[in-house]
Design a binder for this molecule. Structure first.
Ligand SMILES: N[C@@H](CCC(=O)N[C@@H](CS)C(=O)NCC(=O)O)C(=O)O
Length: 211
């Protein structure tokens, strides 16, 4: 199995980078400057020009949520997803799709309202994005209401890696994820993972670490 991750520090590639580290599988990492024009070679791998792209055994695959699910399937010993047919599998699918379908696009709208759409309408796009982000944090906080340590229970899954990456992006927002009563301690638990510390070190990220 071979993996080459095209990433930019702190972006949507972080969860994939983190999972590769947690799995302990060999991989190459190539930084992409997302502020610069993308090379023709990169656009051939990912025509959207976005990160992440993971080249899996020579084939490029994009979309962070899909990549996490793919890695969970290819490395079941990592335990990042309930097995096919396990009763917990439905909740895992539901949560992955919820985070990828609701929180992630709202984050894109928040950060890229001016670039992706008409700059004149950016404030309205951001206002709706903020409602959606905070609504998603409310729902994720509610998932922890029974005292479970991680979003799906006792086991850390791809949902936790994806959600934590997205929560990190809220650190400078008016209501960061850490201001929710259960998400705050949850984030502290996720940030304590050696894999999180390692990915931050490799990407040169110094903000949003446990003290
Ligand atoms: N849904 C995609 C979103 C990818 C995405 O928007 N990546 C951003 C970084 S967080 C990017 O590449 N931005 C550069 C650009 O849009 O030009 C995923 O989760 O992989």
């Amino acid at each position: 199995m071979s993996y080459t991750l095209f990433y930019a520090p702190g972006t949507a590639s972080l969860a994939v980078h983190w999972m590769l580290i947690e799995l302990g599988v060999p991989f190459e990492a190539e930084a992409v400057d997302i502020k610069a024009e993308r090379s023709a070679a990169y656009l051939a791998l990912n025509p959207s020009g976005r990160v992440p792209t993971l080249v899996v055994d020579g084939r490029p695959v994009s979309e962070s949520a899909a990549l996490l699910m793919l890695l969970a399937e290819r490395h079941p010993q990592g335990g990042f997803a309930p097995a096919v047919g396990a009763p917990e599998r439905a909740a895992w699918m539901e949560a992955m799709v919820f985070v990828a379908n609701t929180l992630s696009p709202a984050m894109r709208d928040w950060f890229y309202a001016e670039k992706d759409g008409d700059p004149a309408g950016a404030a309205a796009v951001q206002a709706l994005a903020r409602l959606r982000i905070e609504g998603a944090f409310e729902r994720l906080d509610g998932m922890l209401a029974d005292g479970r340590p991680y979003l799906l229970g006792e086991m850390v899954t791809t949902v936790d890696l994806l959600a934590t990456m997205l929560m990190r992006w809220s650190r400078n927002m008016e209501r960061p994820a850490t201001s929710w009563s259960r998400l705050g301690p949850y984030v502290t638990r996720m940030r304590a993972r050696p894999g999180f510390v390692a990915v931050c070190r490799r990407e040169g990220l110094t903000e949003w670490l446990n003290a």
